[in-house]
Ligand binder design. Structure first.
Ligand code: GAP
Length: 514
């Protein structure tokens, strides 16, 4: 646990030191759970957004994009159920006066069973060596099965109580499990209450005539209210999807864990409209497709798992999370929800406008069903960033800090480094910079010894370093160094573009997601 915490602290300080993420309004001591993306962070975030956009919109002839406004008519949120039901169950500890999400306290308790299971696996791995079959062990080991059963029973009870609004039972569960305040260790809890997560604001020039608005808590509703506009103007035929990325706002009660849970964050959502009755099939298709997309970034299958929901949101008939192994354990990265016709039907009812689709293949009018994929861009950023940060022992006994970002999303693709700051080498390096800048984000660095500059670029996550030396003046060749292998090769300046492109080209990476 302490090791995990240390690693997470390293992630946070590295993100600041290398210009990825800053606390918002830091000079005023910051604003809780609000962050700014710095010079490198903004590039990584933009690349991740583009990687998603291309996979969803460019690569599907039946998915189109949208950029709906953050402000929406207030009735939107009545129709969507957010005014009445977008609540978190909160509980206060009477001694520490700290406020918690009751469901998160219980989920964190259950996560301890996962840790125990992992320990059992590690022990068995050691015992059985090469003959160890992890899958079989997980499916048959009595202790593992007992932990799984206990965890599932607790989550099932919590899910049921929350669904039935039985908050007294949620409190009873916390007490029965002996959950204590992580801060004070006290088990003295208040009753569980519901707390609406939407931020309110006002539209209008004077207080008396102002209209109450909400900052959108999800981007999805901008898609639903535009369903007919897009379908008609784009002449879209079901099944089809609408994708959008943008800011969402939630007044999170427990806002910690850095950019994992923020009050202002960015979502990348896609609503896929399907014929009623086919939603389960599409739900499975999108689950698989989204996992493949994540895997294409190369962080490894061991870091992902599905978590099927016991407690369904008010709009869903099936839901699963793709969870990622963050430095603080497996947590939700993306949600895939079969949202039925709940949203379109509700908007039809509240607006009084017919929202239907005529399906000429079956000669029927209907309200389409929806399968949604929804990933948090900030969480994706944290997943990629934290997994990439590594401390490596080198053969000569020294160590290096290296940020092994997938090259396709790295902020800078190459750093161009003249060996010395004189004798015409900077001019050649700047000339290379000017040639490459049309195709890639590249950076120029002439300060400090070349070894230190290599280390700096390793820690910055730059996949290639290009060193210009005296020989370059004669042979027009440079040394290209690969961040991950540290391998160095002599190549012609004229070949740089194609060498870099082969490793950072989005099309090549996206092909892996097929
Ligand atoms: N439209 C469906 C929806 O909003 P959600 O599970 O509440 O579903 C989707 O959110 C994704 O948005 C989550 O999987 C997560 O990645 C991201 N997300 C949600 N709340 C967040 C927060 N407070 N900070 C950062 N990301 C968040």
């Amino acid at each position: 646990m302490a090791k995990q915490e240390d690693q997470f602290k390293k992630v946070i300080s590295h993100a600041k030191e290398y210009g990825y993420v800053f606390q918002s309004s830091e000079i005023y001591d910051g604003l809780s759970a609000v962050y700014d993306y710095a010079q490198n962070g903004v590039e990584l975030k933009k690349n991740l957004r583009e990687y998603w956009w291309k996979a969803m919109v460019q690569m599907h002839d039946n998915i189109v994009g949208l950029d709906a406004a953050i402000f929406m008519h207030p009735t939107t949120w009545k129709a969507s159920g957010h005014v009445d039901a977008f609540n978190d169950p909160l509980i206060d500890n009477k001694d520490s006066k700290k406020r918690y999400r009751a469901d998160v306290l219980i989920e964190d308790y259950v996560a301890k069973y996962d840790d125990k299971i992992e320990k059992e696996v590690k022990k068995a791995e050691k015992r059985f060596g090469d003959s160890f079959d992890k899958e079989q062990f997980l499916a048959t080991n009595p202790r593992v099965l007992e932990y799984k059963e206990k965890g599932a029973a607790i989550l099932a009870r919590m899910g049921k109580s929350l669904e039935n609004e039985d908050l007294a039972d949620v409190k009873a569960l916390i007490e029965e499990l002996g959950i204590s305040c992580p801060l004070s260790g006290s088990k003295s809890w208040t009753d569980v209450k519901q707390f609406n997560l939407m931020f309110g604001t006002k539209l209008g020039a004077s207080a008396e005539h102002a209209t109450d608005l909400y900052l959108r808590p999800e981007t999805a509703q901008g898609i639903f209210v535009n369903f007919l506009n897009v379908q008609k103007t784009g002449r879209m035929k079901i099944p089809f999807g609408i994708a959008q990325t943008g800011k969402a706002f939630r007044n999170e009660i427990v806002a910690r864990q850095f950019i994992f849970r923020q009050r202002e964050f960015e979502q990348m959502e896609m609503q896929f409209f399907v014929r009623p009755g086919t939603q389960k099939e599409w739900y499975e298709t999108w689950k698989e497709s989204r996992l493949k997309w994540h895997l294409s970034l190369g962080l490894g299958m061991d870091n992902y798992r599905f978590h099927d929901h016991d407690k369904l949101a008010h709009y869903a008939d099936a839901a699963a999370d793709i969870e990622f192994k963050f430095p603080f354990g497996f947590k939700e990265l993306e949600g895939i929800h079969s949202r039925t016709d709940f949203d379109l039907k509700a908007h039809q009812e509240f607006s009084g406008k017919k929202i239907q689709y005529f399906d000429n293949e079956i000669n029927e009018n209907y309200i389409p069903y929806v399968v949604e994929t929804s990933v948090g861009l900030d969480r994706l950023f944290l997943a990629v960033f934290s997994n990439s940060l590594q401390e490596e022992e080198l053969e000569d006994g020294s160590s290096r800090t290296v940020l092994k970002l997938p090259a396709v999303v790295a902020p800078n693709k190459a750093a161009i480094l003249p060996l010395v700051k004189k004798d015409g080498l900077p001019e050649i390096a700047k000339d290379i910079f000017d040639q490459l800048k049309f195709d890639f984000n590249v950076t120029y660095d002439e300060k400090d010894a070349i070894g230190r500059r290599y280390r700096r670029q390793d820690a910055n996550g730059t996949p290639f370093c290009i060193a210009v030396d005296y020989e370059t003046k004669d042979d027009n060749m440079v040394t290209i160094r690969h961040r991950d292998t540290m391998e160095q090769k002599r190549v012609a300046i004229a070949d740089l573009k194609s060498i870099i492109d082969a490793e950072v080209n989005m099309g090549v990476w996206l092909n892996k997601a097929k």
